[in-house]
Ligand binder design. Structure first.
Ligand code: ATP
Ligand code: MG
Length: 569
């Protein structure tokens, strides 16, 4: 391809609203343009990379016996009502009506539609296992679209869905997909970790996220050298034991004008570690009292999955006062009736704790589990902290890194086949629910994540297999007959061998062409200048090498070297 005629609008400066390096570079390199918040156009250069990523993913999906299809993007409400996600998905779902007032949504994911297909077409165990996948645009009305194509309202995802006769078969296949995802990350050249994850709105029993390690990542990963790794929202917390003291007499103390844990602890000359923090939540409308240690924080995602609720939110003031008979700030676990109490593993370890007294201006001292209060559920419901011990090896402290989630795989089990009644007939002619897995990877997000990991001050450094072009040829002056002839010959030779070549035939200074080649990040640059050519040489430079590492080679040798590099990979 020839630069002068291609739409590659490079920029010296990124627009001021580009909020992350990858977005700045993608815009500056002429790969994407922003239409509106969270909406981007992929220009020819960006699309070339997207297609390469797609092909890497497609190869792995096909190797895992996947069958590619295309599902509609406009999906009827009725299917989403069957799984209850018409309400659960909330404001992230783009909703619309057709001219007959029938309601639809724009696909944020495709479980409903693919299950509808499978329940109609798959009848027997003989048709299972089955894996269907697509590359499809996804629409999500993200609360905060940002970071360019990393968190957009419209993005390209590869989503895959697998269907099995039982959990054991799903378990086996989940491992196959886990490996496929790891291969995709390796082929994209990522430094990554696969970590245990919370399942969120999709639900299901178990999931892994594939995290690209980058300081700019939105996610935090907790990990240990023993091999444990989890999204910090999901990371398990071991109970923290405390020195046992003999139980002292329960005592009510006046604590006027002090409400916050820190303040009460100071006032009573004790530590927040001795404090029972009591919070009241609404889980799908039902009140729940939640207890954690004063220095811990409640993990609402853990709480939600523990309670099997679609939504957990802090209760309003009126609910709190009606449950505790006290104004906000004085809630405690003693004497609450007719309401479920959930206690964290570490809170029940405290002896002679401090808590609110459910009475204005009062706290209680020497509160002890079992003697003074009880809990309906005792479970891990707190957020992991930087001092926590690894829940697997139980030896080392957890370490923390930031990451970008590029892929997420789930064991769904029968969650959706149950609500949508997707069944098959087994060998005995008996009807069973189909067992499912689902597997998503953000194709557009992969591009941005690659750039976050692979760049320098001059621009993007694409791995050889993702680059929009393998080689850029820069004729210093394309008008010069000799230079033009050498350029055209090299171009023909390389393209005939299947190498992607961009010729920078623009009428620009060599310096500008070099800057753009570095910005776009093409792995190899061949410069054809008058003086070197008279001596029979052209220049070859690898993008990832520094300025000084330029080789002088004859045009034939350069072409041989490029073919060796790109055809052996
Ligand atoms: P996140 O926690 O980042 O919102 P998610 O859990 O909502 O992600 P999934 O529903 O698992 O994401 O989607 C699968 C993949 O799609 C993600 O791993 C990510 O790569 C990509 N993805 C999700 N949301 C967006 C978005 N708004 N823009 C671009 N890619 C996205
Ligand atoms: Mg999301």
């Amino acid at each position: 391809m020839f630069f002068a005629k291609m739409l590659i609008p490079t920029l010296r400066q990124a627009p001021s609203d580009a909020d992350i390096v990858s977005a700045k570079l993608m815009i500056r390199a002429g790969m994407i343009r922003k239409l509106a918040s969270g909406l981007y156009e992929f220009l020819p250069l960006g699309l070339r990379v997207l297609r390469k990523v797609e092909n890497i993913i497609r190869e792995e999906m096909d190797a895992a016996n996947g069958q590619e299809l295309i599902l509609p993007l406009v999906l009827p409400k009725e299917l989403w009502v069957e799984t209850d996600r018409w309400s659960v998905y909330g404001k992230e779902l783009f909703r619309l009506k057709d001219r007959k007032e029938a309601e639809f949504c724009l696909a944020p994911t495709a479980e409903e539609v693919v299950i509808d297909l499978v329940r109609k077409e798959v009848k027997s165990y003989k048709q299972l296992p089955l894996m269907l996948y697509q590359f499809g645009t996804k629409f999500r009305d993200e609360i905060r679209p940002r970071f360019g194509v990393m968190r957009a309202k419209e993005f390209l995802m590869k989503d895959a869905y697998s269907f099995h006769v039982d959990e054991a078969d799903l378990e086996k296949y989940y491992k196959v997909m886990f490996d496929a995802y790891a291969n995709i990350c390796k082929k994209c050249g990522f430094k990554f970790r696969a970590v245990e994850a919370a399942s969120g709105a999709i639900g299901g029993s178990f999931s892994h996220e594939f995290m690209i390690l980058a300081d700019t990542g939105e996610e935090e990963i907790a990990w240990c050298d023993c091999g444990y790794g989890a999204n910090s929202q999901k990371a398990e917390c071991l109970p923290i034991s405390q020195e046992k003291e003999g139980s002292l007499v329960l005592e009510e103390v006046l604590t006027p004008n002090v409400g916050a844990v820190e303040d009460v602890a100071k006032f009573l000359n004790t530590s927040p570690k001795k404090f029972i923090k009591t919070m009241i939540y609404k889980a799908d409308g039902n009140s729940v009292v939640v207890l954690v240690r004063g220095d811990h924080e409640i993990n609402e995602i853990k709480l939600q999955s523990l309670l099997g609720a679609n939504e957990v939110v802090l209760a309003d003031e009126q609910t709190v006062t009606s449950i505790t008979n006290a104004p906000l700030g004085f809630a405690g676990p003693i004497g609450l009736e007719g309401v479920k109490i959930v206690a964290d593993l570490s809170v029940v370890e405290i002896s002679n704790a401090v808590s609110g007294a459910n009475k204005k201006d009062y706290h209680l001292k020497n509160v002890n589990f079992k003697r003074d209060y009880n809990a309906d559920i005792i479970a891990d419901i707190r957020k992991v902290m930087h001092r926590d011990i690894c829940p697997r090896c139980k030896k080392e402290s957890l370490r923390f890194s930031r990451g970008i989630e590029v892929g997420h795989i789930f064991k769904l089990g029968t969650k959706y086949s149950k609500s949508m009644n997707a069944t098959y007939l087994d060998t005995n002619g008996k009807e069973n629910l189909i067992v499912m897995g689902c597997y998503g990877i953000g194709v557009t997000r992969i591009l941005a994540a690659t750039i976050e990991q692979s760049r320098d001050d001059n621009g993007i450094i694409w791995p050889d297999n993702l680059a929009p072009f393998n080689v850029v040829i820069i004729p210093v002056n394309y008008e010069d007959a000799k230079i033009k002839e050498t350029t055209d010959t090299l171009y023909k030779e390389l393209t005939s061998k299947g190498i992607d070549v961009l010729v920078d035939d623009r009428d620009e200074r060599a310096g500008i062409k070099f800057k753009d080649a570095d910005l776009i990040g093409i792995p190899y640059r061949i410069t054809i200048g008058k003086k070197n050519l008279e001596k029979g040489f052209v220049e070859l430079k690898a993008r990832r090498d520094g300025k000084e590492r330029i080789k002088l080679l004859g045009p034939k040798d350069v072409s041989f070297e490029m073919i060796k590099i790109f055809k052996s990979s």
